[in-house]
Design a binder for this molecule. Structure first.
Ligand SMILES: [Zn+2]
Ligand SMILES: [Zn+2]
Length: 149
């Protein structure tokens, strides 16, 4: 794994600050629950699923339903704080908004980050005939080294 794929404590602090700014801008309260859900995704390198976020946050917050986790993740996605990656059957969440691509293993479902220079993902997104690009989503599918061996 490349070192830049590991979120440093500085990077995590930046993500949490972005989260609080985005909540305030939308008049959303920064509740413990919301913060815990976002933080679980923000500190992870694993692109956790909603279920895995739920299992982690449930330990700290009683009465947390999986449905609440889904709704909170969808709201955070709308706020531009995280993105959905993976496939519809195996949805995962990523709070790393830096330009990067993903490699998804067809066997184990693991989602790997790919950063430049391994592949150039700084695609110039100037105005297109059909609209303005907000995000470029590049996904590779294949068999990861762990599953190949
Ligand atoms: Zn694999
Ligand atoms: Zn990622």
């Amino acid at each position: 794994m490349q070192p830049e794929t590991v979120p440093t404590s500085q990077e995590i602090a930046r993500r949490l600050a972005d989260f609080e700014t985005a909540c305030r801008r939308r008049g959303l309260r920064v509740t413990q629950q919301r913060r815990a859900i976002f933080r679980t995704v923000a500190v992870s390198r694993q692109h956790p699923s909603a279920e895995s976020v739920w299992k982690t946050v449930r330990k700290q917050t009683s009465n947390l339903s999986l449905d609440t986790v889904y709704r909170t993740l969808a709201a955070l996605e709308q706020m531009g704080l995280l993105v959905r990656v993976g496939t519809p059957e195996k949805e995962r969440f990523d709070a790393d908004m830096r330009s990067h691509a993903h490699f998804i293993c067809n066997i184990c479902g693991e989602v790997y980050d790919i950063f430049p220079p391994e592949i150039p993902c700084h695609i110039q997104t100037g105005p297109l005939a059909c609209g303005k690009t907000q995000r470029v989503n590049i996904q590779f599918k294949g068999i990861c080294n762990r599953c190949r061996h």
